[in-house]
Design a binder for this molecule. Structure first.
Ligand SMILES: O=C(O)COP(=O)(O)O
Ligand SMILES: [Mg+2]
Length: 227
């Protein structure tokens, strides 16, 4: 008898509706019923994936902020701090730009290790200022993330696998963007959804024909053992 494989799932572009925004409600039941650990590995701030796990009704196994925050269900690990990214934002602001999220911005309000900037904002000066301070800017297709170069989702996933006690060689990952490449490299089997960027597609073992949650749902069907 084989069992359901552990999963590592991205949120935006991967669990979203095919029109890009919002979680596709069809993922809730299969994830709640999945008989192996489900890790949510995202660029979003820590509270978002925690809430997602909570509302699906699964244990909170979370890689947030592109690996900056890792939650094993018992311990939280921070692999960077926000100060350097905040300094980039201050300089970006001094040059006349802003995050693009408005004054009370919930995108960054609880973000602990990086800063996210709306895609409508100019990336050129952002990249320049970040590079001068030794940081990188990652374009996920949903936001620009100003971050320390060290953290990544794959390392966060390894931390969780060690703590929870599952094998990454058995783990199946689904993602859509450059910030999922380290996840793909860490696991035994990786899938890029059809809407994925070229970097993610090149790094995945397989590129799906289906977009967004349709792709993830197709993977769940395919990797679930038949009786
Ligand atoms: O926060 C983003 O920009 C993207 O989030 P994701 O990693 O869940 O796709
Ligand atoms: Mg994504």
């Amino acid at each position: 008898m084989t069992a359901d494989p552990p999963l590592a799932l991205d949120i935006d572009g991967t669990l979203t509706r095919p029109d890009r925004w919002g979680i596709d409600p069809r993922v809730f039941d299969p994830l709640r019923d999945w008989e192996a650990p489900v890790v949510i590995a995202t660029g979003k701030a820590f509270p978002y994936p925690v809430a997602l796990c909570h509302f699906i009704g699964i244990p909170e196994l979370v890689v947030a902020e592109n690996g900056g925050v890792v939650y094993t269900g018992d311990d939280v690990f921070f692999t960077a701090d926000r100060a350097a990214a905040q300094a980039v934002l201050e300089e970006y602001r001094a040059a006349g730009y802003d995050t693009g999220w408005g004054a009370e911005n919930t995108v960054n309000r609880w973000r602990e290790t990086e800063i996210a900037i709306d895609l409508e904002q100019p990336i050129g000066p952002l990249r320049e200022i970040a590079a001068e301070r030794g940081l990188e800017v990652v374009d996920t297709g949903y936001a620009y993330h100003v971050k320390d170069t060290t953290p990544n989702k794959g390392d966060g996933l390894e931390t969780i696998a060690e703590h929870v006690g599952f094998d990454l060689a058995d783990t199946v990952a689904v993602g859509d963007s450059v910030n999922d490449v380290s996840t793909f490299q860490a696991v035994g089997r990786s899938f890029a959804v059809a809407n994925a960027d070229e970097t993610a597609k090149a790094a995945a073992d397989e590129v799906l024909e289906e977009r967004h949650a349709d792709g993830t749902l197709a993977v769940l069907e395919r990797v679930r053992p038949t009786e």
